[in-house]
Design a protein around this ligand. Structure first.
Ligand code: XMP
Length: 565
């Protein structure tokens, strides 16, 4: 413990309060006040804003960690709903929610830096258990009267923690010596009053802390796969410490989402652009369940789709799922706008612009529309909130449906706003959408336009469709489709000499691109079996006119990107 053996806990508390008053204030509340509040009773689920009709929710406060979304994943895997909020969030985030606990993420700062983000007062005031992870723990310790200093050396990578408290629920079921993943430079020098050290590692004398009121901190990262028992620890926190029942599932989400849509939309009219992909499909089916034929789906064939794709989308959504679907064949419009264009970004801009044009015309014909539905997912929401503070370099300006002009005056309805991709799939399965749609590999908005290198013609698109069909067919036949993030063909603008039936050929090179990935931010080239590659190559040169050579792209991302353009 930090305090001198001769001091009583009360004296130590008073001293810490006095010290911290001298040391700093955080802008909205004095450090001393945090301490007083943190010493107060932590009522499980006792917040005045609490709305028990809402799902039990854990708030994850993001201090700029790379891993906040992983914390969210682990909490949801423990069947507790959660939301990530930036550290600048105000206490209003608690309103109309049933918040049962708050987790403070790691982050790149040191608490003693001038502009280091600190825990806002409302977190301490919320009356629910708190768990600080890495920087989150240091912020807690600093704000509650402990001291944090630069460690003698950075601790990065594997470590083993040893418990020195056998009673805390947080560690229930964990091994006595548990491997964890650390990534920090600073460490806790003295504990805040009222806290005990719960565990240590070789380089972190204080690897976990806690007080009797349900405030905990851990130096390591329980959310990453390298901490094998980390998921158990987070599950202990949300269930045993916060008292969450753990009854949240993506299935549960379906019922709630339908209710929410009904409340938001009422008798309003909604349009939704279907892309054929999972997200827009699940969003559309949810909306259809909620508001029936007040939803109109629009599917634009831009002429850049794969073989039989337009037919497939119509058959699945209109015939099987019973959605009101307007199918627009705008092939001519898109291809003439793209004629002669070779620059990838220019292609994307044109496709985005034409899409908006088609969409506006259709909406005009439909008459009064109130809402635009979008299949925005939680990672996009997190990304756009954090990108306000990050100067991200634009590698490719991804065109996604929905960048509609303001004058259309549509309100947004985003039923998947709080879901991760695999949760969307689970919700889709619950809604009866077929695995074929749910497990479809991602397909970019600009479609084959960014897979025909250089200028685009109808003939080149047909050549690519032929090659792409064969790649897909063989990959599926060999049972590889669902193991790959994406697999497709690219039509290069290079022609090479070949020989077929004693005749010279001078035709295009097709590249095969297949990658594995978790989230498309990074990707590995897939080590496809030689037999599969052999069949793909043979079939393409034999079955697709205008192609006489097949190459394999063996570049990972980074430094490559998944698409060639
Ligand atoms: P890159 O090529 O950037 O692709 O590694 C990452 C993921 O995004 C998809 N992609 C796009 N999706 N509009 C989209 O909707 C685009 O302009 C676009 N460009 C790439 C790509 O297929 C991969 O899944």
């Amino acid at each position: 413990m930090s305090e001198d053996a001769a001091t009583t806990p009360q004296e130590a508390l008073e001293k810490a309060v006095a010290d911290s008053r001298r040391v700093s204030t955080t802008g909205d509340i004095e450090v001393a006040t945090y301490l007083e509040i943190a010493q107060g009773e932590r009522v499980r689920g006792g917040h005045p804003y609490q709305d028990t009709t809402e799902p039990e929710t854990v708030i994850i406060m993001d201090f700029g960690s790379q891993y906040s979304h992983l914390i969210a994943r682990r909490v949801r895997e423990a069947n507790v709903f959660c939301e990530i909020v930036p550290h600048s969030a105000k206490g209003a985030v608690l309103e109309n929610k049933n918040v049962v606990g708050i987790i403070l993420s790691g982050g790149p700062n040191s608490v003693y830096e001038d502009d280091a983000p600190l825990t806002p007062g409302w977190v301490f005031d919320a009356g629910v258990p708190i768990l600080g992870i890495c920087y989150g723990m240091q912020a807690l310790a600093h704000q509650l009267g402990g001291t944090v200093t630069a460690g003698l050396q950075q601790e990065y990578g594997y470590a083993v923690i040893h418990r020195n408290d056998q009673t805390t629920d947080l560690f229930e079921g964990l091994d006595e010596a548990s491997p964890v993943w650390m990534s920090h430079g600073d460490r806790i020098e003295t504990l805040p009053p009222g806290f005990k050290s719960l565990a240590y590692s070789e380089n972190s004398p204080v690897a976990a802390i806690g007080n009797d009121e349900g405030v905990f901190g851990i130096q390591f990262h329980p959310e990453v796969a390298h901490t094998p028992q980390g998921a158990m620890l987070l599950s202990n926190f949300v269930h045993k410490i916060c008292g969450a029942a753990g009854d949240w599932t993506p299935g549960h989400f379906v019922t709630e989402a339908i209710e929410r849509i009904k409340q938001q939309v009422g008798d309003g009219k909604v349009i939704c652009a279907l892309s054929g992909g999972v997200d827009s499909a699940v969003a559309a089916v949810l909306l259809h369940r909620a508001i029936g034929d007040n939803l109109t789906c629009i599917f634009v064939n831009n002429g850049l789709l794969r073989r039989e794709e337009a037919e497939r989308v119509q058959s699945v959504f209109s015939r099987t799922l019973g959605l009101k679907l307007r199918y627009i064949d705008a092939t001519e419009r898109f291809l003439s706008a793209l004629a002669g264009v070779t620059d990838p970004e220019e292609k994307r801009k044109i496709i985005g612009r034409e899409f908006i044009g088609v969409f506006e015309e259709e909406a005009d014909e439909l008459g009064e529309i109130d809402f635009l539905a979008q299949g925005t997912l939680y990672p996009d929401v997190i990304e756009s909130t954090s990108s306000e503070t990050k100067a991200a370099h634009v590698i490719k300006s991804h065109h996604n449906v929905g960048g509609l002009p303001d004058h259309m005056n549509l309100k947004l309805v985003e039923p998947l706003r709080y879901l991760f991709k695999d949760e969307v799939r689970l919700a889709g399965a619950e809604l009866g959408i077929s695995p074929e749609v749910l497990n479809r590999q991602p397909f970019p908005g600009p479609g084959l336009a960014i897979r025909v290198i250089g200028d685009i013609t109808f003939e080149k698109l047909e050549t690519l469709r032929g090659a792409d069909w064969i790649v897909m067919d063989e990959i599926k036949n060999d049972g590889l489709y669902e193991q790959l993030w994406q697999s497709f063909a690219v039509l290069t603008d290079t022609r090479t000499v070949g020989v077929m039936g004693d005749r010279r050929t001078y035709s295009y090179v097709v590249a095969i691109r297949a990658v594995t990935s978790e989230d498309a931010m990074t990707a590995d080239w897939a080590k496809l079996p030689y037999d599969t590659l052999d069949r793909i190559s043979n079939r393409i040169v034999n079955e697709v006119a205008e192609v006489n050579r097949v190459v394999l792209d063996i570049t990972s991302k980074p430094p490559g990107t998944i698409e060639w353009e």
